[in-house]
Design a protein around this ligand. Structure first.
Ligand code: PGA
Length: 234
């Protein structure tokens, strides 16, 4: 099965850099989703890849200064959205309840959610990985939203932007746990791995049948790197 790459641009690029990035991806990739900052989504739309957002708000419209709704994102062609990224959970205080409202709003607006889950270093050290992942998944899925497709991204918080990753075996163990939890729900899903994915490790990780693709931050900011990673996982 073709593996997916989701590039999370985070809060990077000026407009000129965003346009140059788009121009550099001059070949059509059916397995690439780029998630630019909101302000560049329209400018970065391209027939070479699909567009995702990095977040969105759970109400469709109204008096929510500074927020952008999934309804609005859908109206400009957004097909995917990252939900519950650890930077939003840990820096911006998003709770499981908020993530759930965002997930539901994505589904209601026909945007495919890329739901991020993952443990902190302390939770790993105290053997709480399964507990944390179960809580994060169980707070999202219920019967009402069954039969929907979503993408789950396993991103250990301690591996994000640190150049440190779990071993392939450790990643696979968590992906197996996710599969076990998801058996209860009638939801189709793929599982990505994210956290310091780079040219140094993507080849090894992509050999695993348990990994359906990658959510990549820093290593995706450079298009030459990104294209090499896409070639490797082909
Ligand atoms: P990283 O970020 O690849 O820079 O570790 C991944 C992410 O935050 O999604």
């Amino acid at each position: 099965m073709e593996k997916l790459i989701v590039a999370n641009i985070k809060m990077n690029f000026t407009l000129d850099e965003a346009l140059k990035y788009k121009e550099d991806i001059d070949k059509k990739y059916s397995n690439l989703v780029i998630c630019p900052p909101y302000v560049y989504i329209n400018d970065m739309k391209s027939s070479s890849y699909a567009i995702g957002s990095q977040d969105g708000f759970y109400k469709d419209k109204g008096a929510f200064t500074g927020e952008v709704s999934f309804l609005q994102l859908k109206s400009i062609g957004v097909e995917y959205s990252i939900i519950g990224h650890s930077e939003r959970r840990h820096i911006l205080g998003e709770t499981d309840q908020i993530v759930k409202m965002k997930y539901d709003s994505c589904i209601d607006n026909q945007i495919t959610p890329i739901l991020c889950v993952g443990e902190t270093k302390e939770e790993r050290d105290t053997n709480k990985i399964d507990q944390v992942i179960s809580r994060q998944l169980e707070s999202i899925f219920d019967d009402k939203r069954s039969n929907k497709f979503c993408i789950i991204a396993y991103e250990p918080v301690w591996a994000i932007g640190t150049s440190v990753t779990p071993t392939l075996k450790e990643i696979e163990e968590v992906h197996i746990s996710i599969n076990n939890i998801m058996k209860k729900y009638n939801v189709e899903y793929k599982i990505l791995y994210g956290g310091s994915v780079s040219l140094n490790n993507i080849e090894e990780f992509s050999k695993s049948d348990l990994i359906d693709g990658f959510l990549i931050g820093s290593a995706s900011l450079n298009t030459s790197n990104l294209k090499q990673m896409l070639d490797i996982i082909m």
